[in-house]
Design a protein around this ligand. Structure first.
Ligand SMILES: NC(=O)c1ccc[n+]([C@@H]2O[C@H](COP(=O)([O-])OP(=O)(O)OC[C@H]3O[C@@H](n4cnc5c(N)ncnc54)[C@H](OP(=O)(O)O)[C@@H]3O)[C@@H](O)[C@H]2O)c1
Length: 290
């Protein structure tokens, strides 16, 4: 079994990684503020911005691979708070540098928001032009990782959906509101190739097991607006779709600007075994265990 460090285990994707844990890996999962409830992995509290503590931790545990998910993944927070660059850029730099020196496999999760949304769909070779601080931070981290450790893997994640037990993610929030009879406002002009958290975890394990390197997109098989997503979701969960109000992203002022269409072309990852399912199939499964 490979000893795998997973940062950000208490987040949305971390929960799915732990839930879909594959027998080839033993996971040591790092959280900071929120201790997750997980039985199948070893948990460790660690503030990754404390470089001295991270250094001691890495030396103590000899890892075979590092999966770096931890981030401030809220674009508005990043826009407001320049200190978000410490976890999003500096910590990534430090971990990549450590893995390069020790020759340990390193996978960093970046984002579809490194694109400006003007020329979708995007393959991995398309030009990068983030339009908000979060996207700029992720791009800076990507560039550093590739410079110091070309053997590393960069997985650009799309919008992810799912119902992790920690309640994270936009889908849990939407379902809660619809169940309480509240309106939700969903954009008809914002397109993504969303992937389920479970499929994203499957893709990440496939990349790690292939011992590959370079940049990959882990987008889902369908391009869809948030409005189309939410109406399909309501149908599968037996909720009132009339509560969903179509709205336009271009009319809403957000602290961090969002690109209209950052749909991803993920063919390269498909050849390494990433096999995301269609939304309908995932919704059927998620609603049956809801
Ligand atoms: N979710 C999406 O739709 C999406 C889309 C594109 C890209 N991504 C990328 O995918 C990755 C995972 O995203 P996610 O949605 O799972 O994120 P998330 O739910 O926001 O979770 C963030 C994680 O980072 C940890 N963290 C933050 N600061 C830390 C620190 N100083 N020390 C240690 N841990 C720290 C948090 O730990 P505590 O909560 O315990 O403090 C939490 O486990 C991120 O790199 C994100 O940029 C996500």
């Amino acid at each position: 079994m490979k000893k795998l460090l997973v940062t950000g285990i208490s987040g949305f994707l971390g929960w799915h990684i732990a839930y879909h844990l594959q027998s080839d890996f033993e996971i040591i999962g790092v959280y900071n503020k929120t201790k997750p409830e997980m039985k199948n992995i070893h948990l460790q509290q660690l503030d990754l911005t404390n470089q001295a503590a991270v250094s001691i931790f890495l030396e103590k545990n000899k890892f075979d691979a590092v999966l770096h998910l931890a981030a401030n993944s809220n674009p508005n927070d990043c826009q407001r708070d320049p200190l978000s660059g410490i976890i999003n850029v500096e910590v990534t730099k430090y971990l990549a540098q450590y893995c390069a020196v020790q020759n340990i496999a390193f996978l960093f999760t970046s984002t579809d928001l490194v694109f400006d949304g003007e020329n979708a769909p995007y393959s991995v070779s398309e030009s990068l032009n983030p339009i908000m601080v979060y996207g700029k931070q992720k791009l800076k981290a990507e560039q550093y990782v590739l410079k110091v450790f070309p053997e590393a893997i960069i997985a650009r994640m799309p919008l992810m959906y799912g119902l992790p037990k920690n309640g994270f993610g936009f889908m849990s929030a939407w379902l809660r509101d619809l169940q309480e009879g509240k309106n939700i406002y969903c954009f008809t002009d914002e397109y993504r190739t969303a992937t389920s958290g479970g499929d994203a975890a499957q893709g990440i394990f496939a990349l790690l097991k292939n011992e590959t390197s370079g940049v990959f997109h882990l987008g889902g098989p369908e391009r869809m607006s948030r409005f189309d997503f939410s109406t399909k979701m309501a149908l599968h969960f037996g909720l009132d779709e009339n509560l969903i109000i179509p709205s336009l992203q271009k009319d809403v002022k957000m602290l961090a600007k969002r690109p209209a269409d950052v749909s991803l072309v993920s063919n390269k990852a498909f050849t390494y075994g990433f096999s995301p399912k269609k939304l309908e199939d995932n919704l059927k499964k998620l609603s049956s265990s809801f």
